[in-house]
Design a protein around this ligand. Structure first.
Ligand code: FES
Length: 106
């Protein structure tokens, strides 16, 4: 496991993008829960955000792809609306220890 960042580097109920040793990821924080995915939309395999660190819809309740508006659940990364409906984001194994987020990536 390698350190991604301190949990406080992600605002609560918000998201943040990372270039982790050349691998594009993003994380969403909800209180003490953190969800980490590869920054690749299952529709076309391109990055999701419309602005740096902006991966959520306006309500902050779903992950939204900026290109064609696909919506994904935050906790499972399942696409519930859009051209890749039924597909999922690629989750990244991770854990939070002492307020630090670690990912199972090289
Ligand atoms: S590239 Fe994400 S919805 Fe089309």
């Amino acid at each position: 496991m390698k350190k991604l960042c301190h949990i406080d580097e992600i605002d609560n109920h918000n998201s943040k993008g990372f270039d982790f040793h050349g691998q594009l990821l993003f994380a969403v924080r909800q209180q003490d829960n953190v969800y980490v995915y590869r920054n690749s939309c299952p529709h076309l395999g391109i990055q999701l955000e419309w602005l740096p660190d902006r991966f959520l819809d306006v309500e902050g309740e779903l992950i939204q792809c900026s290109t064609h508006g696909a919506l994904f659940t935050i906790d499972e990364g399942l696409c519930i609306s859009g051209p890749c409906s039924g597909q999922s984001l690629q989750a990244v194994d991770h854990e939070v220890r002492d307020q630090e987020i670690y990912v199972a990536l090289d």
